[in-house]
Design a protein around this ligand. Sequence first.
Ligand code: XIL
Length: 373
Amino acid sequence: MRKNKLTIVFWAVLFALASCTTTKKIGSNYPVSLKTAFKNQFLVGAAVNAQQIEQKDTAANRLISTHFNAVTPENIMKAEWIHPAWGTYNFTLADKLVAYANTNGLKINAHTLIWHSQLPAFMRGMHNPDSVRMYFEGHINTVASRYDGKVYSWDVVNEALNEDGTMRKSIFLQNLGEDYVVEAFRLAQQAAPHTKLYYNDYNIEQPLKRAGAIALIKKIQAAGVRIDGVGIQGHWSINHLPLKEIGQSIQAFAALGIEVMFTELDLTVLPNPEDLAGADVNQNTAYNERLNPYKNGLPDSVQTKLATAYADLFTLLLKYKGKVSRVTFWGVNDGQSWLNNWPARGRVNYPLLFDRAYNPKPAYYQVLKASKK
Ligand code: XIL
């Protein structure tokens, strides 16, 4: 009993000391949090998982309310979770997310209505246009109308494009034809008149795919349908951060009169398998030791490279005042990141600003420093 008490006292003292050093480090030289640092520029968000939404993870909870003013559900609003069987919806976690966001002053970007990945089992491999249309209309109407006024925005369509800018031959394209993206936005606009509507994709900062995205957005606009913004996912690597293309894309998308966002930001520090050119969740590579070089810790040189890459990126984003409306990290801390398991399972990656113990990394301080320039 006595020993237990002593242990509690020991941890309490240690925790207090640790918080002091964190506050001191941030102290007067730095803004106190990410959301304050960028309050005049853009929202700062994080993808949250089920554990975090249910507030089972107190450290994450604290970090989220301190640093972020926007959240995106990492999985729980995807069709496979929210629409598990034909005509059957499960809103339990999404409703909890709405409550959680309300108490913590977080804007929800709901993710995502129409996507070829993480579809419910009953839709996978479906070849019947009539059934696909019923699913498509029913899903958008039901889910988007339920959360209208409760979420801030929707990624209405996710990843409709190929790398060369042509339309991906997804289940939706094959069964509904090329206009399905316009139709998805039209249905979302009817079902969710108070919600911002976005198109979201990876690699659309790259010229060919960017041109495809611009054509798609223009097509939606030409049809008289509302689209409020575009999300560049931002799954990049510290070895190839496409700064030039990012700058060009902000300008090109903003010229369409819509918001530009970075919606799933993370910077992998690990070697990429050679065949990898994007962020397709269906890609998977066999694990091997060469692909997992930092399983016992991140060398200082790589830590610095990550910090510099983040600083460069934020410095660039700050040049486009009024054009970038949100930057969302794909996860709260390194331990949560999907990049520990994609494209190869069981690796140890370090792509975010907070480490596995929820401590700010050098990259965090560099980002704050960039905000002051
Ligand atoms: C990822 C999640 O982070 C993982 O937990 C899940 O297993 C697969 O999907 N692009 C997207 C996101 O739009 O929804 C993906 O999220 C990452 C790539």
